[in-house]
Structures are given as structure tokens and as C-alpha cells.
Design a protein. Structure first.
Lengths: 171, 321
């Protein structure tokens, strides 16, 4: 199915982290209403071509919600959602397979009310290893490549989410 | 006269006892490795304040405290070394270099030998802590992660993550005695309070394997939360606490019931976990939130978060008591 399948959770000893945050002029509940639609990322992320929902059995044989993302670059990510209480306003998922240049990747998007009235803060945090999942990874599969790809994906995504939410707010 | 003598010796005895008690409870400290900041945060467990931050080498992960020797050993995965910290000076006093990537650490009871797990070469290094160039290695299994001694100190248990087994090493001869198949990707381990059982955390299986150390037979498999990582016991061995990195929770296992009796929400990606016997609290390093979460072991409630440094891990025995 994919050119390269990540070995699930064969995590190396030094996972990498990218954290990005953005303030959106919209209330937290409406931002969360958009984000919680796990398979609707194509609506707000400018780098995503398509996102397809999948319901299937995970590694433990339990039914789970997945999304299959195809980026405009052609790279693919299949991600499994971890169900969390709605009141937490937290989207939590793990990459199950894909050719995005990371391995052992977990992403968390946290929505919370901002300091100013009518503002919302969205924090997107990723935990991942480089694609090769080794200390001396070859170029293209190393930490620098993984971090650069993640930062670009998060920056573009948050900017897209902000722009969409603030346009909705003006309507 | 006799009565007076008895009385004064009793008073002296009481005074000695009191003094000894004070000395024994003299503030324990926690030493938290911060992988992304290349530091160790020192937390005073009486006040739950960070009282010092010590610079170490790159990517600190594992930790073991030598309370008697007043040393803390920290494994720097990317720096390929072990930093030796003096707890009196709160400074790095030596750096033990390796060619490899050290992760898990264990120390003999007398502090004379440091065991260092090398994730990538599938070996355990035994280092003489007085003469750190004196070292030998033991071939063990794929990606050795955490290590733990039995109470007698004559056997070392090693979680070989990528060969899904626990290896047992004779601490005197350094021979591998046997290997026990467990769940998928064992990482952290905890010895039960009575020293009779070993709790092995299986990252991919989302469970804990319980091994009877007399017979080396598996007596239970206990389901915990998503992507579990490390474990610790309370002193009387009635509870085992397991961090679930993928669910941001701790599972509390009742060891007589052999099942999870409580699940506690903590900060994101909880990794290393230790029990503070002085205050009956559980300390958990949170990689995602750069915190240590403090949990009251009596109520199973989260008490507070202590900001530490980027990507706190504290894999190992990080409290000096």
C-alpha cells in the first residue's frame, strides 16, 4: 500500500518534539467543532489534498477511527485516533503507517480559551523519531529532515486553521 | 541511682532515635533528566520546588541515584556518555565516555559497579565506578532498555525490548543465566515490595507481565493503558504504578488483586516514575509538557505540576532515599 511502512512504535531512545501554537480570533467551542472532525483536516490544512475516513481494527484487534491523508506533495499518512472526552478539547492520534519522513509519531492538538475575550489558543505537539529510527540516520531520514517536515506541516496547518476560522467568524 | 541511669539512657536513646529519624527524612531530592534541555532538574521533595538545574551532556534519559555515595549517574543518549553528579556539589564531577548510546542504568547496592545498557550494540557494560576505564561487557539481547537488581543484589534483570524478553544476569560471574519471554517490547520494570515478583511493562502489548522470581514463571498479565513505559512500587509492595505514555495516565495496580484499581490523569507523555516513601507521593516525568506531575498516593489524586525542563524523562531510579 505504501512505499515505506513504519515499524509501529519501534521507537529509538531519543524521541523528537515539535510544538507550535497559534491564537485564533474565534471562540474555543467553534474551533473545537471543526478540529474534532478527525477526517476533515483537508478543509483547513493547505498542504492536505485529501483525507479519507477509515474504520478498521487496530493492532490489538479493536475497532478504531483512522484517517488516510494524502498530501499535495504525494506523501501519505495513515493516522489512528485515540478517543478522548469531548470536554477535554484534545485531538490525539498516532501515525499507523505512511511515508511522511517520521516514525513512531503521536500528535496532540489542544484547544483552550485564550487570555483575551473571544480568543482561542491551539497548541499542536508532535512526538516522533526520525524515519530511519537510528542515532546515525542517513541524510533524508535523519532528525533534521523529520523536524523540518513536522514544523512545516504544523505551521501551515495552524495558519490554515486560523484563516478559516477567522473568515467563518466574519460571515 | 539506677532509675536515673535508666531514665537518662532512655532520654539519650530517644534523642538518638529522634536525630536518626530527622537525618533519615532529611529532604529527599529528585533528579529529573530533561532530554531536550541537556539538563537535570533537582527537586526538593519537601517543598516540590526545583532548587537547582545541572547541565549535563546531550540527550539525557536514564538516571540512577547512589544515596550512600552521594552520586547521581545520568545517561546521555546523544552525548554517548554517562555524567557523574555529586549531590553535595550539585555539579558534574566526571563524564564517562562510551562509543555507544547508553540508556538504562543500574547500580550495585554498594555503589561499586555501574551497569549501562547499550541500546544499539545489544550489550550491558559493567563499569567500576572508582576506575571507570575498568569495564567489561555482556552480550544480552536486542535493544536492552531498563535494568533492575533483585533485593539480594546477586541477579540483574534486563528488559530486552526488541527481543521481547527479560534476560537474567548473575551479578558475580556476569553470565547470562536465562531469558524469559514476555510481551511485545518490554521497557520499564519494577520489583514488588517484597522482592518476590518482577513487573515488566510491555509497550506494544499495553500490558504488564508479572514474573515470580523464585520460579521464573509468569503468574499474571495485567492490562494497562496505551503505550505504557515505566513502573514503580510503593514500599510495602501493595501497589505498582505504571505510566501510560499514549494515554497521559498512570495505572495503579493492586498487587494482591493483580488488577488495575485506579487510572489517574497526569501531564502529557508520562515516562519515568518513582515513589517518595517519606511523603507517600508518586513523581512522574512528563515528556510532552516539560513537567513533573506529583500524585498523592493515599488519594490517587494529582496534587500539582512542577515545571522542569524540555522533554523530562527520568528513566530509572531518580529519588535519593
Amino acid at each position: 500500500m505504501f512505499a515505506c511502512v513504519t515499524s509501529a512504535f519501534a521507537c529509538g531512545p531519543t524521541p523528537q518534539k515539535v510544538t507550535k501554537e497559534i491564537t485564533i480570533k474565534a471562540d474555543a467551542a467553534s474551533v473545537w467543532q471543526v478540529l474534532k472532525q478527525f477526517d476533515a483536516i483537508a478543509q483547513w490544512h493547505p498542504d492536505v489534498q485529501t483525507s479519507v475516513p477509515l474504520q478498521k481494527l487496530d493492532d490489538e484487534g479493536e475497532s478504531a477511527n483512522f484517517r488516510l491523508i494524502t498530501l499535495k506533495s504525494g506523501l501519505k499518512l495513515e493516522e489512528k485516533r485515540r478517543e478522548t472526552p469531548d470536554v477535554d478539547m484534545k485531538l490525539d492520534y498516532q501515525m499507523s503507517q505512511g511515508d511522511f519522513p517520521v516514525s513512531n509519531y503521536r500528535g496532540v492538538m489542544q484547544v483552550r480559551t485564550g487570555t483575551a475575550v473571544g480568543e482561542t489558543i491551539v497548541t499542536w505537539t508532535g512526538r516522533f523519531n526520525n524515519k530511519a529510527n537510528t542515532l546515525d540516520a542517513p541524510a533524508g531520514q535523519d532528525n533534521a529532515t523529520a523536524i523540518q517536515a513536522m514544523e512545516l506541516f504544523y505551521d501551515d496547518g495552524l495558519a490554515g486553521l486560523k484563516s478559516m476560522m477567522e473568515v467563518i467568524g466574519k460571515k | 541511682m539506677r532509675q536515673i541511669y535508666v531514665r537518662s539512657s532512655l532520654i539519650i536513646g530517644l534523642a538518638v532515635t529522634l536525630f536518626a529519624t530527622v537525618a533519615a527524612v532529611a529532604t529527599p531530592f529528585a533528579y529529573i533528566t530533561n532530554q531536550g534541555a541537556n539538563t537535570v532538574s533537582v527537586i526538593d521533595l519537601a517543598t516540590n520546588q526545583v532548587v537547582d538545574t545541572i547541565a549535563v551532556s546531550k540527550g539525557p534519559a536514564g538516571v540512577v541515584v547512589d544515596g550512600k555515595g552521594k552520586r547521581v549517574y545520568v545517561s546521555n543518549v546523544d552525548g554517548r556518555s554517562v555524567s557523574v553528579i555529586s549531590t553535595a556539589k550539585r555539579k558534574v564531577i566526571d563524564e564517562i565516555k562510551f562509543d555507544i548510546a547508553p540508556v538504562g542504568l543500574a547500580l550495585t547496592n554498594d555503589g561499586s559497579q555501574l551497569y549501562v545498557a547499550d541500546w544499539y550494540s545489544d550489550r550491558i557494560w559493567v563499569v567500576d565506578t572508582k576506575h571507570t576505564q575498568n569495564r567489561e561487557s555482556i552480550a544480552i539481547g536486542k535493544a536492552p532498555a531498563s535494568m533492575i537488581f533483585n533485593q539480594q543484589g546477586d541477579k540483574l534483570y534486563v528488559a530486552n525490548r526488541d527481543s521481547d524478553e527479560v534476560g537474567i544476569i548473575d551479578a558475580r560471574t556476569h553470565k547470562v543465566l536465562t531469558k524469559i519471554a514476555v510481551g511485545k517490547h518490554p521497557f520499564g520494570m519494577a520489583l514488588s515490595g517484597d522482592g518476590q515478583s518482577l513487573y515488566v511493562v510491555n509497550v506494544i502489548s499495553n500490558n504488564v507481565t508479572v514474573i515470580d522470581l523464585q520460579t521464573n514463571v509468569i503468574t499474571a498479565k495485567i492490562r494497562v493503558g496505551e503505550h505504557p513505559y515505566c513502573a514503580t512500587s510503593n514500599p510495602d509492595g501493595t501497589r505498582i504504578y505504571v505510566t501510560n505514555t499514549g494515554a497521559d495516565t498512570i495505572s495503579v495496580i493492586d498487587t494482591s488483586l493483580q488488577k488495575v484499581i485506579a487510572t489517574i490523569d497526569v501531564d502529557g507523555s508520562p515516562e519515568g516514575i518513582n515513589y517518595d516513601a517519606v511523603h507517600d507521593r508518586v513523581y512522574v516525568a512528563s515528556w510532552m509538557d516539560n513537567h513533573v506531575t506529583v500524585v498523592d498516593a493515599k488519594t490517587n489524586l494529582k496534587l500539582q505540576s512542577i515545571p522542569t525542563g524540555a522533554q523530562s524523562r527520568a528513566l530509572g531510579s531518580f529519588i535519593d532515599q
